[in-house]
Design a protein around this ligand. Structure first.
Ligand code: GTP
Length: 601
């Protein structure tokens, strides 16, 4: 394809502002998908994506479009639309998708206005030098206020309110005009067709039948179907089995030239060999320099995963191995807990990532799991100068620590004016430091905070939503680390420390944390045959104590002499209740207790 006819673009938006719905309309209008095959959120291929209505992995589709109106009427263009994930955990994938484009459609819900991820995505687009077309979506809604939000958007981008295109992804209104404008406003890709091949990987997914499918955007040169390719970060070479474009399913091609977006299949079985951000070149005639931007995904949040039934351990390992094939960011290693037995310490990009992996393990691999409260990664410097990385609170060294550092994030909260006080109170309570505050319009405020990541992973988002009646939105990105005064709080059940309950908290909050968690555990752990004391301790100092009283009656006592089926029913019922219990020493502990820390504030 002549690069002059190509337009590579993405749609960026705050979550739920209608990106996937708009993408669906574009697929229909360009006749890439006909009405018969059409289903909602065509591009979200994973079950979990469909059920939750969110996009996790990016996808790319090639769509032919002939300009319908205006001065370029009749021009045949090839549009490559790259769908991007909308959630904070996957920001790195968004930024790679953006780097594969020349333009971005910035989609804003005309009933909601600008939100935190609208801003975050806009800044990412501008950093990547993309041309941005502002679009107001959902104009069919009675509550839509396109005039008001066009002002806001124009003010933000520095354009005229009339430049904001109005569409409805639901009815399709305005979408053909938007497609015309994409051809008119976005620049075609430029690259050197004679140079050695360089293509950027912006996504790679594992397919059970075909192995890893790698999505690339060619910058320079040409990749041909029979080439031997080389990954520039590792130097590994692979034979190409197939290359092609996606429209909307895979279609083989002979070659991909400058500016084209397509896929490669090499037969490798592990996405780690084909990583997002890496540069693909030709083995026989390699490029001198890689394209910028390759970054190893780094887990931000750790949690222990343990099978309830110890004999499921090998099955859990196998399941993790399989999931890892498709997820370069998932990290895990075996771990033994005194309380929970054999399991894995797993690293995730964030809480959503953790939840998705956990849900897939349970659903697709039929495993019953206990997961421990998530924690961040700490860096401790000991008195003798050695440095250690702590990914499990129970391994936090006591006593001999000189300094300890915790990760922090730069958070942006957008809120209506009325809730500024509530947001500030929340952020201050979470050890936040205010970095700046701006009025985006008369009633919408942007607050910028530096916050410890550990304070955000504990129900921060829920608190933010409930304190602002759902109006505030949040976005954050890692921003290095800070030195902090932290201590380890241990929990003892029946006098025995339970490693899976240990947590690292700020010194000033340790006492409250101990009292809260002990009280919480008392309500969560069922009464047993004997009294069970619960204690919270820092080192050897006990800071809180609660007692679970013993059960007096035997459940079966009531059925003495009764008929056997009734007895069996009662026992069955007890067993049901036990499903998610784990014996810790002599005490039965339910799953909820292990994540109790998540909601103690
Ligand atoms: P993520 O993939 O999670 O980032 O969400 P998204 O931005 O792709 O949003 P999605 O397309 O899933 O739309 C979110 C909700 O808004 C869905 O319930 C849609 O039906 C609805 N919606 C999307 N576009 C329109 C529109 O133009 N009009 C109306 N009335 N509703 C819309």
């Amino acid at each position: 394809t002549d690069p002059g006819r190509i337009r590579n673009f993405c749609i960026i938006a705050h979550i739920d502002h209608g990106k996937s719905t708009l993408a669906d309309r574009m697929l229909q209008l360009t006749e890439v998908v006909d009405a018969r095959q059409m289903r909602a959120q065509y591009l979200d291929r994973m079950d979990i994506e469909r059920e939750r209505g969110i996009t996790i992995k990016s996808q790319a589709v090639r769509m032919p479009w002939t300009v319908r109106e205006g001065d370029q009427r009749g021009e045949h263009a090839v549009l490559n639309m790259i769908d991007t994930p909308g959630h904070v955990d996957f920001t790195y994938e968004v930024s790679r998708s953006l780097a594969a484009c020349e333009g971005a459609v910035l989609l804003v819900d005309a009933a909601q206005g600008i939100e935190a991820q609208t801003l975050a995505n806009l800044y990412l687009a501008l950093e990547n030098d993309l041309h941005v077309i502002p679009v107001l979506n959902k104009i069919d809604l009675p509550a839509a206020q396109p005039e008001k939000f066009a002002e806001e958007l124009a003010h933000l981008i520095g354009c005229d309110p009339d430049d904001c295109i109005r569409v409805s992804g639901k009815t399709g209104e305005g979408v053909p005009y938007l497609l015309d404008e994409i051809v008119r406003q976005f620049k075609p890709p430029v690259g050197d067709p004679a140079a050695p091949a360089r293509a950027m990987i912006f996504d790679s997914v594992y397919d059970v039948y075909r192995g890893v499918v790698t999505y690339v955007r060619v910058i320079d040169g040409r990749i041909e179907a029979r080439d031997r390719i080389k990954m520039m970060s590792t130097g590994a070479t692979h034979e190409l089995l197939e290359i092609g474009v996606i429209s909307p399913e895979m279609q083989k091609a002979d070659a991909l030239g400058v500016g084209e977006v397509g896929y490669l299949i090499t037969g490798v079985k592990d996405v780690r060999q084909s990583r997002v951000g890496d540069t693909v070149t030709n083995h026989g005639r390699p490029a001198a320099d890689a394209l910028g931007g390759y970054k190893d995904p780094k887990p931000m949040v750790y949690s222990g995963l343990y099978p309830i039934d110890g004999s499921d351990y090998p099955a859990l390992r196998e399941a993790l191995d399989k999931l890892k094939l498709n997820d370069a960011a998932l990290d895990y290693e075996p771990e033994t807990s005194g309380a929970l037995g054999f399991g894995f310490r797993c690293g995730f990009l964030g809480l959503l990532h953790l939840e998705i992996i956990r849900e897939r393990l349970e659903r697709e691999y039929n495993l019953d799991l206990i997961s421990t409260a998530p924690n961040v990664v700490y860096r401790a410097v000991l008195d003798d100068g050695t440095e250690i990385t702590v990914t499990n609170p129970s391994e936090y060294p006591t006593g001999k620590i000189a300094e300890v550092y915790e990760p922090v994030v730069r958070a942006t909260v957008l809120t209506p004016n009325d809730y500024v006080g509530a947001v500030m109170e929340l952020c201050q309570g979470r050890r936040g430091a205010l970095q700046g505050m701006d009025y985006l319009s008369t009633d919408r405020v942007e607050l910028r905070y530096t916050l410890p990541l550990a304070e955000i992973i504990f129900d921060f988002f829920d608190q933010l939503k409930s304190r602002t009646k759902g109006y505030a939105s949040l976005d954050y990105e890692p921003s290095g680390e800070q030195r902090s005064d932290l201590v380890k709080v241990d929990i003892l059940l029946h006098g025995e420390p339970v490693d899976a309950f240990s947590a690292i908290v700020h010194k000033d909050k340790a006492y409250n944390y101990g009292v809260n968690i002990a009280a919480k555990l008392r309500t969560l752990i069922p009464r047993q045959q004997y009294e069970v004391p619960i204690q919270a301790a820092i080192g050897s100092r006990v800071i809180a104590r609660e007692t679970i009283r013993a059960i007096r009656k035997d459940v079966l006592a009531k059925c003495y002499g009764g008929d056997i089926s009734r007895k069996r029913k009662l026992l069955e019922k007890q067993k049901e209740g036990k499903k998610r219990m784990k014996m810790v020493g002599r005490v039965e502990v339910p799953q909820e207790a292990f994540i109790a820390a998540l909601s103690t504030s």
